[in-house]
Design a protein around this ligand. Structure first.
Ligand SMILES: [Zn+2]
Length: 213
């Protein structure tokens, strides 16, 4: 079998000049080789909606960015698999944050696809037989995984919350559902983000040297 490894390189930048004073993230995708256009569109859509609810405006843009910049690589990798965690849980994506490098996110597509195809209990999902629905589910799971990992980058923290976007564990039902209400930051996280991204704040986002899912 041929392993296909592909990467999406994303550069994030924060611009201050925005009508409502909220910072905007300008996300540039330089290369996306593995997901179909539809899957990638759905994934980007998920990220946009999830973060717009926190006051973060994301523009998917090819043009040069200005203002404070955070470089962020998002790699969609089909060859990488982490060992299962205790109780048979699998990581869908990881974030690497360290001082010397830009933060990077890796989405493990092999795990995502296994998750879509056979579910967590080994039962094949009926929905997975439809190409259209399968693409939609891949887009949702990839987008929601990226949005969670972006939370670690933006909040500068490897901490998890008991509810919302930054929970350490999400159920199949939540990752597949139309409903995105479970993918909000908590009030405390939202406030912390607002302070971190305020024009007065020092750029301390890249402060941790930790690998965490
Ligand atoms: Zn996490």
């Amino acid at each position: 079998m041929l392993w296909v490894v592909s990467a999406v390189f994303v550069a994030l930048s924060i611009t201050d000049a925005h009508v409502d004073q909220n910072p905007a993230l300008v996300v540039r995708i330089h290369n996306a080789a593995s997901l179909t256009v539809r899957e990638l569109t759905i994934a980007k859509d998920q990220v946009t909606v999830i973060w717009s609810r926190e006051g973060i405006h994301i523009r998917w843009d090819e043009s040069a960015a200005s203002g404070r910049e955070i470089g962020l690589d998002v790699t969609l990798d089909r060859s990488m698999k982490l060992s299962p965690l205790s109780s048979g849980r699998f990581a869908l994506a990881v974030t690497h944050i360290c001082q010397s490098d830009s933060p990077s996110i890796t989405v493990m597509l092999a795990t995502v696809e296994r998750f879509i195809n056979v579910g967590t209990s080994g039962e094949r999902l009926v929905l997975g037989d439809s190409v259209i629905i399968r693409q939609m589910l891949i887009g949702r799971v990839v987008g929601r995984s990226i949005a969670h990992e972006m939370g670690h980058v933006l909040l500068g923290s490897v901490e998890h919350a008991r509810e919302g976007l930054m929970r350490p564990q999400l159920t199949t039902t939540e990752l597949f559902a139309d409903d995105m209400n479970g993918f909000r930051l908590t009030a405390q996280e939202h406030e912390r983000l607002r302070l971190l991204l305020s024009p007065k704040a020092e750029p301390t986002i890249l402060s941790d040297g930790l690998l965490k899912r």
